[in-house]
Design a protein around this ligand. Sequence first.
Ligand code: NAD
Length: 285
Amino acid sequence: MSTHSVSVPPITLETIHTIDDDSFTSDRVCIVTGSASGIGRAVALAAAGNGLTVGATDFDAAGLEETVSRAEEIDLPGTITPIVADLTVDEDIERIVEEAATLGDITYLANVAGVQHIDALEDFPMDTYDRIHDIMLRAPIYLSKRCIPHFKDSEDGTGCVGNMASVHGHYVTSDKVAYNVSKFGLRGLTQSIAAEGDGDIRSFSVSTGYVKTPLVTNQLEDTADQRGISVQEVIEEVMLGQSRVKTMMDPIDVANLFIIGFSDLGSHLDGGDLLFDGGMTLTYE
Ligand code: NAD
């Protein structure tokens, strides 16, 4: 029986990178999808840690409450308001933006929610493809479409959309066609927003390898048992086999990249991708 050597570290005030940015104020709203877990929760906490008002959305109401509780426990300067919504439902997407607009000026949108399904292309169920597409690509497009008028209406007419891509938005692994196509598509959305935003409305994507989220850590013991290897070997050989850096990122490390991208430090990051993959995609042995 293998033992768990990876746990998801709790997010603390000290791990949130704070940036002294004129736009990080409580009258500005950051919408974050997937806020009930993993990277989305970390982005919501990091945005509130930087003084922003957060519209935290997910269809997992209990998980969203945990995100709000964590923000209160560590006494973040910004507030997090949960907005329970399903990204496959257009009326829910419209409501996310409407409710967020009541909290202040919508200035930032972080499209983070995502799911996975493993099947060969020839066996891939099309209803599953449609659902993944709706959550991971159509929803980010529709949310962007609904947020851009709010960006334009704000005092300085600016705004920024950060999209959670992946190494799977650069190269692909087999049996993940819907995920791969969604991540490549998100990079297309990022560049399309940049093309139309004239520098006032920016967009960027974030591409990482494996991150310590429940989605990943929950698979470790099973994979180790299936393959008859240790959890550490699963991490180093299976997940990080092609990575030069042999440790997984923490969710907050990814969230801090969103904060940098949203801030003035990112003012020339427009259509670009933050590839933080430990050397996974651009090197080989
Ligand atoms: P996670 O499972 O911890 O979080 C995903 C969240 O999306 C969950 O809270 C879930 O409830 C929400 N969600 C799913 N379907 C939804 C729907 N229909 N409506 C509303 N919310 C919905 O996963 P994570 O690891 O934090 O992944 C977040 C993002 O990061 C995903 O886009 C994923 O592809 C990407 N990513 C993850 C890793 C990794 O190693 N964990 C690496 C690269 C990219």
